[in-house]
Ligand binder design. Structure first.
Ligand SMILES: NC(=O)c1ccc[n+]([C@@H]2O[C@H](COP(=O)([O-])OP(=O)(O)OC[C@H]3O[C@@H](n4cnc5c(N)ncnc54)[C@H](O)[C@@H]3O)[C@@H](O)[C@H]2O)c1
Length: 353
């Protein structure tokens, strides 16, 4: 059977990794949808055309579709014509700070764009596994209510209930999400509903910090990629509140793609997974400075701003037990230091830097 994968946001960090992984490792014919909206959201620094060209030059049979996911008629027609055997939806307005300035673009992309693809899939290929890239911001700032302890270089959970991290059962309600978190939550719940109501094989992956060498990191999105870029260029990195001890768990895009492949191979309906690097791949910002410096030999230039980002997590790492339990052959393969090393190399070699 001809295996066809449709990937939205194909020129972005996750989308491009998924295109490569499914084409090279699994023999899929891959169709990517991207209109370089990241450059509209974040300016020239967010431009992803270089990555589109990289895919077109390196993947046999790769097709790029210049389509805005908000174009409902275009989305319905494309999915109807391709009838893909699997869909991975990663296109998004991905920044919670940016969303406040562009609420309509944010919601139309993250919520309505997701609905467009889900309904298109229901009409054309309801049996195709549908992976929706969600975010841990669906939990809003509720994780900040967990008792914390302050360590020398990071915050950590003081409550032993969260020793393994945040589980999928955590509340999504009655907290501050940012408009981005709210639009992503709408997409997340709709994707779950297509699984539960229509019995389609959908899942939502609630990402922690997703990272990797092919991110076009900017201040408003792509924490490690941007931090490394600042280090290499001697550019000032602004630490926003929480003493720089805020903790994020980081997962390499390759491990994200590998999990998506595991789900596509053995799909379930309406599932939700917290997809991050887990405690082992967690870091505070000031710890990330040190790790990066160990690769570049350059001191990180930074300033401290007292005011934290609205709704920002003080400490967040994902509980990976449900993922490991449902897909025992999957696990994290890329350590945090390896990942940072790869990001350093990538920025050094990227064409437009
Ligand atoms: N990177 C992270 O740390 C992180 C964390 C949690 C969740 N996520 C989620 O993972 C997904 C992928 O994130 P990423 O880091 O790869 O983002 P990215 O910005 O690198 O990639 C997204 C791609 O989607 C494209 N796109 C955006 N709007 C579009 C539109 N209207 N039509 C067509 N294409 C459009 C962009 O041009 C971009 O190339 C997103 O859903 C994001 O919310 C990311």
């Amino acid at each position: 059977m001809n295996k066809t994968l449709l990937v939205t946001g194909s020129s972005g960090l996750i989308g491009s990794e998924v295109c490569s992984y499914f084409a090279k490792e699994l023999g899929y014919t891959v169709h990517g949808v991207d209109n370089n909206q990241r450059a509209v959201f974040f300016g020239a620094q967010g431009d992803t055309r270089w990555n589109q060209k990289r895919l077109e030059g390196s993947l046999k049979g790769y097709s790029h579709h210049e389509l805005d996911i908000r174009d409902r008629a275009g989305v319905l027609a494309l999915v109807r014509s391709l009838k893909p055997t699997a869909i991975v939806h990663t296109a998004a307005q991905p920044s919670h700070d940016r969303a406040a300035a562009i609420p309509f673009d944010d919601f139309d992309t993250n919520a309505t764009g997701t609905l467009n693809f889900l309904e298109a899939a229901r009409q054309a290929c309801p049996e195709a596994p549908f992976v929706h890239m969600s975010t841990n911001k669906v939990y809003g700032d509720a994780p900040n209510r967990i008792a914390l302890r302050e360590l020398e270089t990071r915050w950590d959970y003081a409550d032993p209930q969260y020793a393994e991290g945040i589980p999928e059962t955590f509340t999504i309600d009655q907290s501050t999400h940012s408009l981005f978190g709210a639009s992503k939550l709408a997409g997340d719940v709709v994707a779950q509903e297509y699984g539960r109501y229509f019995n389609m094989p959908t899942c939502c992956l609630r990402g922690g910090c997703l990272t990797g060498p092919n991110h076009s990191g900017v201040e408003l999105h792509g924490f490690l990629s941007y931090l490394v870029k600042c280090n290499l260029e001697g550019r000032e990195y602004r630490v926003m509140g929480y003493k720089g001890k805020q903790v994020r768990d980081n997962i390499h895009s390759l491990d994200v793609a590998r999990f998506m492949a595991a789900f596509v191979g053995a799909p379930r309906s309406g599932e939700v997974y917290n997809l991050g690097g887990g405690k082992a791949n967690s870091t505070s910002i000031i710890e990330a400075f040190k790790l990066t410096e160990s690769f570049t030999g350059k001191a990180q230039v930074h300033t401290y701003v007292e005011q934290n980002r609205i709704g920002d997590h003080i400490c967040y790492y994902s509980d990976l037990r449900k993922m490991r339990n449902h897909f025992p052959s999957w696990d994290i393969t890329q350590s945090l230091p390896d990942t940072i090393g790869q990001i350093v190399e990538a920025w050094r070699n990227r064409p437009h830097v």
